[in-house]
Ligand binder design. Sequence first.
Ligand SMILES: Nc1nc2c(ncn2[C@@H]2O[C@H](COP(=O)(O)OP(=O)(O)OP(=O)(O)O)[C@@H](O)[C@H]2O)c(=O)[nH]1
Ligand SMILES: [Mg+2]
Length: 364
Amino acid sequence: MLRAALIGLPATGKTTLFQLMTAVREAGRAAQGRGEVQVGVSKVPDPRLDRLTAMFNPKKHTPATVEFADLAGAGGGAKALVDVVAYKNADALVHVVRAFTDQAVPHVSESVDAARDAQAMEDELILADLGVVERRLERLDKDLKKSKSADLEKERDLLMRCRDALENGTPLRALNLAGEDLKRLRGFQLLSAKPLLLVINLDEADVAEAGGSVEKAAARTGLTAFLSRAATLAVPVCAKIELEIAQLDPADAAAFLSDLGLEQSGLNRVIRATYDLLGYMSFFTVGEDECRAWSIPRGTIAHVAAGEIHSDIQRGFIRAEVVAYDRLIARGSLAACRDHGEGRLEGKEYVVADGDIINFRHAT
Ligand SMILES: Nc1nc2c(ncn2[C@@H]2O[C@H](COP(=O)(O)OP(=O)(O)OP(=O)(O)O)[C@@H](O)[C@H]2O)c(=O)[nH]1
Ligand SMILES: [Mg+2]
């Protein structure tokens, strides 16, 4: 399961968004105290699954999911933040930054400045990581004095690169580390290496004016420079409007959104962006019993994708019968796709494409 942690200063709208995204709303159970965590699961909106469901009319349909953890505001400093995020083992950080001006909601810094707060959080993440990296480097130096090890030397080189970046105020996610490097760092839970989604919580008027455009929302809140340099995604929302939308029936909600010039609710955009940010995509299984979206990282091969469904299917893997989503929609049925030679038989090493409809043939 993909896990994202909601972080930010106190009273930026984290819990409001969390409750709306996950429908976890137990009175008094919201994360409030320092270090308290509340966890919930969100369905990843995907219009393709809706169309497949309409086509196959299955008994049930199952979307991909993302788990969100709601953390209490990080006014307590970097240490509190590290403890909580490391505890949750989050794959991504979702920083809810306040850009709404409401006088009734006090701001810890007494003024609303989204760019300042975004940078302050970035600094906290960087500082926390620098501490971890320096401690590890000291230990490594000691160990390397005792005995030479090519592996430890590689680790030291990597950590020195990380330290240089951090000392220059560069978050580790901007280094675009991959493969072996990424594996080496995994155990350290370095916060600035985690993908970051900035949720800009705007005033109602500003969200209407931005109409879902990140560029406009960033310009309005002074975040343009921050977003261009920090290898970060952003989504503008207004948590207050989302609360109102959640109380409408679906038809009214759609009309309300289109009046604001928005195609999708802010909640759906946050969930979707978290999924995309992590480099995940979906393949589908279809049938009369169930239509289902399965989450895999981009670049996953069919053999591994099969294991996502069941280890037996992976073990007994024979072939993957694959139809591209667009072809299925164009032809209207799997049979029609096969008649036109658009049903492919792929082997274990086939790299699954986003939206593939797959039937795994396997020995039992
Ligand atoms: N005007 C306005 N108020 C909002 C908005 N989002 C949240 N609030 C209000 O801000 C207050 C704090 O919201 P929460 O969602 O509890 O904030 P939080 O980030 O979880 O706060 P902590 O858990 O203390 O860190 C509540 O009174 C919300 O109703 C918004 O978009 N506009
Ligand atoms: Mg909260």
